[in-house]
Design a protein around this ligand. Structure first.
Ligand code: NAD
Ligand code: MG
Length: 362
């Protein structure tokens, strides 16, 4: 990973995965790299009226037929029936293995379209065209695809790397405030797990981030992608290192599930979970409490709550025990020895509960 150098740069960033290496392209969508007869754009009812026509125009230069499938919006539709709709449409269109799937939308559309592409005729090329901040800094990069089961989030899925990721920051102009802030939480995560200088910079630029300043956003999104790319390139299938991307997620997933999906946005839960993880790091690993205070302060400045609704100790632990990242019945936490120094660790329940209690309100 190169040292953080805050200069916006429009060159593509490459995810280094050998023969499957692929670019993250920044700026206006450009189909130069794609070519085949058929393209299917998978999007949803919110994003389609905003951006589908524009993407279709771009793709028509490259593909003979460009079809658009509009799914219902929302995490509840990240389900098998949506995957099935995509497969049905591909079959109706007579798509062969050379068709290309474009995922136009947030993480939900990206995960669904990517998964359908992974299994249709054992694998189609697909391109991520992320339109939420969360998707641009996190979900569109790295090749995890899938959908939710009634028994839990993301329980069914596959690794399937996209052929490219196209990030046009202008799409963020229409993103609702809460969704934008939820994306900022995942961006903040990259400081503690990988890059102290990036965290310092985010502190300095918090006002500009709140204002969605395009120059600052382009640096921030690019750096986030660089960090994610480096982690994914080092550990594509999450043998170990990749798990550090889940800072705050063990606590956060429990909050999301415990409060009922839809109550908190994922990024909002992650913000609360990161504070709990930092607290546990202070208590269990002797991490500097200044890190905890800085994290709380930055998240608060970015309009994210750092205090969670109370769930009840037994319930919280039970929900964390159900997390699919666990191994052999033990909860695996991402903790911090310091800024930029994540570790995977177990934690006595008492310390986890202490961290939860310290950052929850009734
Ligand atoms: P989302 O896809 O539900 O998008 C949030 C909302 O914003 C939706 O209502 C969507 O229709 C709307 N929207 C999208 N783009 C818009 C735009 N430009 N203007 C206005 N509205 C817009 O949610 P998300 O936060 O993007 O993604 C969350 C999903 O991503 C979760 O399902 C999560 O599990 C998944 N995820 C996957 C990975 C991965 O590695 N594959 C990583 C992180 C998260
Ligand atoms: Mg996340």
């Amino acid at each position: 990973m190169s040292p953080f150098n805050p200069t916006p740069n429009a060159d593509p960033l490459w995810i280094e995965l050998g023969a499957r290496r692929y670019p993250i392209a920044f700026g206006a969508w450009n189909a130069a790299s794609a070519s085949s007869a058929l393209a299917l754009v998978v999007t949803n009812e919110v994003v389609a009226p905003l951006y589908a026509a524009r993407l279709q125009e771009v793709l028509k230069r490259q593909h003979r037929l460009v079809d658009v499938l509009v799914l219902p919006d929302g995490e509840v539709h990240k389900s098998w029936p949506s995957v099935s709709l995509i497969l049905d449409r591909l079959l109706e269109l007579g798509a062969d293995r050379h068709a290309v799937v474009y995922a136009l939308g947030g993480g939900v559309v990206g995960d669904l379209a990517g998964f359908a592409a992974a299994i249709y005729m054992r694998g189609l090329a697909f391109v991520q065209v992320p339109t939420t901040l969360l998707a641009q800094v996190d979900s569109s990069v790295g090749g995890k695809t899938g959908f939710n089961h009634a028994r839990g989030k993301n329980l069914i899925g596959a690794f399937h790397q996209p052929q490219a990721v196209w990030i046009d920051l202008q799409t963020l102009a229409t993103l609702p405030d809460r969704e934008y802030r939820a994306g900022l939480a995942e961006m903040v995560k990259y400081g503690p797990i990988a890059d102290p200088a990036f965290f310092d910079w985010l502190e300095r630029e918090a006002d500009a981030l709140n204002a969605r300043d395009p120059a600052i956003l382009s640096v921030a999104v690019r750096r986030s992608c660089e960090i994610k790319a480096a982690v994914v390139a080092a550990d594509e299938h999450e043998g170990g290192l990749r798990a550090v991307l889940n800072l705050g997620h063990t606590f956060g997933h429990a909050l999301e599930a415990g409060l009922g999906y839809g109550e908190l946005l994922h990024g909002e839960a992650v913000a609360m979970g990161m504070v709990m993880a930092a607290q546990a790091s202070v208590d269990a690993l002797g991490c500097d409490p200044a890190l905890l205070r800085r994290l709380q302060a930055l998240l608060a400045r970015l309009g994210l709550s750092t205090v969670a609704p109370r769930l009840g100790a037994d319930r919280f632990i039970a929900l964390m025990m159900g997390d699919k990242k666990n191994q052999g019945g033990a909860i695996r936490y991402v903790l911090l020895e310091g800024m930029g120094r994540p570790v995977l660790a177990k934690l006595p329940h008492a310390l986890a509960l202490q961290a939860i209690a310290a950052h929850s309100v009734a």
